[in-house]
Design a protein around this ligand. Structure first.
Ligand code: C5P
Length: 404
């Protein structure tokens, strides 16, 4: 069984204003609770026309705050206490009206008053409205004012809208908002940095339907993309075939073979300066020489065909050898003698930092244990959730970059 997520429990004050996307706030509440956080919901009067407070009460396990004049707290000071108790203040959806009231500092209901009283509590608004409303100069002015006041705006995304129109103004999906919220608590140690990551397996075709691959799930590379994005980096993920959805915040380049991965990585490095390269992909060492076109046929009585293999490029070693090489981090999935094999691999590949782990104990799992190896020695990291591990690695990388 995998251990629980480790992002420690935080208190989230979730404001819901009036808009059709209010129904997605139910799922957001559920995801926050599932991730171990405590959620206190505040709804505007308009929001209660879209979803019932009882639904949010059941999902959050707490009575919903609705009104300045019927306070939940004995102090009668909900408009101050609720936000001072919170580790993050999130408004999702944030309607055009709510944004306007917040931008000019009005306090004409409980939610807007809490936004005035928020003090230093990290605050995130997820705008949601019709595309023409979002494009209106007044809304754009208010959005800019809120940013200047220290509010983080998440989205809006683009796509089909409840009104049937298509464009900018969709609220981000609840899973994306969970990432945005948890990012509020991370230090921006990679702000201004560009991070290139390879992830997942590669698939090396033999004939039209068969090929060579491995059991890498891509989870470690995905966790690294999220951790680097949370730390403020611009992230590009070059990903082999996996079952995972493209991660929020990163630009994903999908590839299939090692040669395609090599070309995609070099194209990124040639296009723009890159500060860090993390090779988390389980690149197939060999590829079959392509068989005849189509599918190899089984011939009755004939010996089975065997693929002829050729060596794939070592992407990590090639990147590390470039004159403009970014700070390179490699992975080593070993079956035995982890430390000795990983140390030798670090030197052979010419990379400053290598993460060693036992292949069979990490592939496909949500957690991992590893050893960090650099020129000065080795440090073990205990088994932990891959996201927590990725966050540790990002900190290690950031401190080494700062010292370069
Ligand atoms: O040689 P080995 O496959 O054990 O090396 C593992 C490390 O090298 C990983 O960081 C992996 O992403 C990278 N690698 C690569 N290109 C290859 C093989 C491995 O970038 N062809």
């Amino acid at each position: 069984m995998n251990p629980p997520r480790i992002e420690s429990s935080r208190r989230v004050l979730l404001g819901i204003s009036g808009g059709i996307a209010a129904y997605k706030a139910c799922e957001l509440t559920r995801l926050l609770v599932k991730a171990g956080h405590q959620v206190q919901v505040v709804m505007t009067d308009a929001a209660t026309r879209f979803v019932g407070p009882v639904t949010l009460q059941a999902l959050s396990g707490r009575e919903v705050a609705l009104d300045n004049w019927h306070a939940l707290r004995a102090s009668g000071m909900d408009h101050i206490d609720l936000v001072r108790e919170a580790d993050a203040f999130v408004v999702a959806p944030a309607s055009a009206d709510l944004m306007a009231r917040a931008a000019c500092g009005m306090g004409d209901d409980l939610l807007s008053t809490l936004l005035l009283a928020r003090d230093a509590v990290p605050t995130l608004l997820a705008p949601a409205m019709n595309r023409a409303m979002w494009a209106h100069p007044a809304v754009q002015r208010n959005a800019e004012q809120l940013r200047r006041d220290g509010v983080r705006l998440a989205g809006p995304g683009s796509g089909e809208q409840a009104c049937g129109e298509v464009g900018d103004g969709r609220m981000l999906e609840p899973a994306q908002l969970l990432w945005e919220i948890e990012a509020l608590w991370r230090a921006p140690v990679l702000r201004g940095r560009r991070v290139l990551i390879t992830a997942g397996p590669t698939f090396e075709p033999w004939d039209a339907v068969r090929g060579l691959s491995n059991r890498s799930s891509g989870k470690m590379g995905w966790a690294l993309a999220r951790a680097a994005w949370e730390a403020g980096a611009e992230v590009v993920l070059v990903a082999g075939p996996t079952a995972l959805q493209a991660p929020h915040g990163a630009r994903t380049v999908a590839v299939e073979t090692a040669v395609q991965m090599q070309q995609a990585v070099f194209a990124e490095l040639d296009a723009q300066r890159c500060d860090v390269f993390i090779a988390a992909a389980a690149v197939a060492d060999w590829r079959p020489r392509p068989a005849a076109q189509g599918k190899l046929k089984k011939q009755p009585g004939a010996a089975p065909p065997s693929p002829e293999l050729e060596l794939n490029p070592d992407i990590l070693a090639e990147v590390a050898a470039r004159p403009d090489a970014p700070y390179c981090v490699g992975f080593a999935a070993e079956a035995q003698d982890l430390l000795a094999n990983a140390q030798a691999k670090r030197e052979r590949k010419g990379v400053p930092l290598l993460v060693g782990n036992l292949g069979p104990q990490t592939f496909g799992r949500d957690d991992n244990a590893c050893v960090l190896i650099d020129a000065s020695g080795a440090r073990e990291l205990p088994r932990m959730d891959k996201l927590e591990l990725a966050r540790e690695l990002v900190h290690e990388i950031a401190s080494r970059l700062a010292g370069r």
